[in-house]
Design a protein around this ligand. Structure first.
Ligand code: FAD
Ligand code: FES
Length: 503
């Protein structure tokens, strides 16, 4: 099943019709990788190449998560990342992040070449752009921080964008590619090297032992090591739900008359606009908000389309898609052992919407840790159990928001008292005795009713009108209108409620 959010993704159009099998029975491997996005697949390939018996398990399909729903930039220049890291953690942290990201860009190019992956990989410059004079100081600061971190950035006022550019920093020789084709190329390489991929198989439980045991919907996987590359970590024992906030954003693609930009850019100010191109199409991304925010609707896509139409002669909007990415409270990815006392379970998350590079960087670190090699010196920076005192206020704020969401939604009255009041094509929160249910009516009149208690930790869900899903404001789980899980950390569907016929 394709997530409702992904039906028009430019990249998912290239999803092969022939998938990998579901797991059917128990298996024993050296490493079980949970999640077949760029992070899990790259980790699996590096380990398979080192001789490990690896199985990759995905609840959905290879690259159906964020890896199939992004703007396809593989770059070490990432908006205003280096000035933010320098502010929060100092220059050494920014330099570690730059070293890891630059190595990841190289790793993607190397793997694509060595494995013969046909993914339309192209070298392009990346830009962080000041779209007005007021954004100039921020972009200047980013240029200085990126240069101090070791990236060969240049200042330029010459960017081939049709909207005003007051100045920009430029990093040459970055990459754009077709992310779904790249991910499927990785999968094929894993299988060629003796690894196994299972799709449509959800991990639901984990026991860390010798060996570890992963319960899935298709059987139990016994493994010496387990990598949790499920985007948002699915098992709560690491306490990640208290450290990570899921942020959603949106993309459109459109054919345009006239020239397309030759580089990949992102504006530094608000509203952020990320621009790339693929196969003659303009891609625009932006409109971020925390997952589960109130009042989300199709305007997110419309605002991106309006932006594109203002500056390019757009003939039609052919694709629109969206995704979310976890961001950690201290703005560094979390990559390493799952808990401070874990010996066989590892995690990679918090890739802050730059995970095509970040997931590749994570894979290099995890493959080294698992295969007993000394990770690169910068790897320790991303240890999930670091303490970031300077970022503590953000941690407190994030958790206060989750707490408030948990309480306030419970006391807010339901929108309607009967499912009969739900119009076609719309959703309502319906009173159910002292509780509430979520109801969505299909245009043909079919009514779906589900419990609104998130199966992760019980927060109440909110309807996302842009994508027709019930989203959790606490840690970003998302459910289809029939209750099936679209994105974790939840692993169980919402209980369905059956409406009476008269509804
Ligand atoms: C709008 C947008 C634009 C972006 N643009 C860029 C960009 O230009 N450049 C860039 O570098 N990054 C970009 N990113 C971020 C990037 O796409 C992600 O960081 C990256 O793809 C994450 O990869 P992943 O493998 O960690 O996660 P995913 O690709 O999400 O893979 C996780 C997989 O785990 C599976 N899974 C989940 N739960 C379970 C379970 N219980 N059992 C088994 N499997 C499970 C899912 O089905 C999924 O396939 C963007 C993000 C967004 C939101
Ligand atoms: S995602 Fe944690 S409570 Fe919903």
């Amino acid at each position: 099943m394709q997530p409702t959010s992904a039906v028009q993704s430019l990249w998912l159009e290239a999803m092969p019709t022939q998938g990998y099998p579901q797991l059917d029975g128990d298996i024993t491997v050296d490493v079980a990788v949970l999640g077949a996005g760029i992070t899990g697949l790259t980790t699996a390939l590096l380990l398979t190449r080192r001789g490990a018996r690896v199985a990759v398990i995905d609840a959905n399909r290879v690259a159906s998560g964020a890896t199939g729903n992004n703007t396809a930039k593989v770059t070490a220049l990432q908006s205003t990342m280096y000035s933010a890291l320098e502010r929060a953690h100092g220059q050494h942290a920014a330099a570690d992040y730059a070293a890891g990201s630059a190595a990841a860009v190289l790793q993607v190019a190397t793997l694509a070449e060595q494995e013969g992956i046909e993914c339309d990989l192209q070298r392009r410059p990346a830009f962080t752009v000041a779209a007005s004079k007021t954004e100039l100081p921020e972009v200047h600061r980013e240029g200085e921080a990126a240069a101090s971190a070791g990236l060969p950035v240049m200042w330029t006022e010459n960017v081939d964008l049709p909207f005003p550019v007051a100045g920009a920093i430029r990093l040459d020789n970055q990459i754009t590619l077709h992310p779904v084709r790249y991910a499927h190329g990785l999968s094929e390489a894993i299988c060629r090297a003796g690894g196994h991929i299972y799709e449509g198989t959800r991990a639901t439980g984990l026991h860390e032992g010798r060996p570890c045991r992963v319960s899935t919907t298709g059987g139990t996987v016994h493994a010496g090591h387990v990598v949790i590359a499920t985007h948002y970590p699915i098992f709560d024992r690491g306490g990640y739900f208290a450290q990570l906030e899921a942020i959603r954003s949106y993309c459109i693609a459109a054919p345009v008359r006239g020239p397309l930009p030759t580089g990949m850019s992102i504006t530094a100010g608000s509203p952020i606009r990320s621009v790339n191109t693929y196969g003659g199409l303009l891609i625009v991304g932006g409109e971020s908000h925390p997952t589960g925010a109130r009042g989300v609707n199709e305007q997110c896509f419309h605002r991106l389309a309006d932006f594109a139409r203002t500056y390019w002669e757009v003939t039609e909007i052919t694709h629109r898609w969206s995704a979310q990415d976890p961001t950690s409270y201290d703005q560094l990815p979390v990559i390493g052992r799952y808990t401070p006392i874990s010996w066989g379970v590892y995690v990679a998350s918090g890739l802050m919407k730059w995970g095509l590079a970040g997931g590749t960087m994570a894979a290099a670190i995890l493959a080294d840790l698992i295969s007993g090699r000394q990770p690169e010196p910068w790897a320790q920076r991303f240890n999930p159990y670091r303490i970031s005192l300077r970022s503590a206020p953000r941690l407190v704020k994030m958790n206060a928001k989750a707490g408030a969401d948990l309480v306030i939604d419970r006391i807010t009255p339901a929108e309607v008292s009967s499912p009969a009041e739900v119009p076609a094509g719309e959703a309502r929160v319906v009173r159910d005795g002292l509780g509430k249910l979520g109801a969505f009516r299909e245009p043909d009149g079919t009514l779906h009713m589900v419990s609104l208690r998130c199966t992760h930790l019980g927060c109440l869900l909110r309807f996302n009108g842009a994508e027709r899903s019930w989203d959790c404001p606490c840690h970003g789980s998302r459910f289809d209108v029939d209750g099936s899980v679209l994105e974790g950390p939840a692993v169980r569907p919402l209980p369905r409620r059956h409406p009476a016929k008269s509804f």
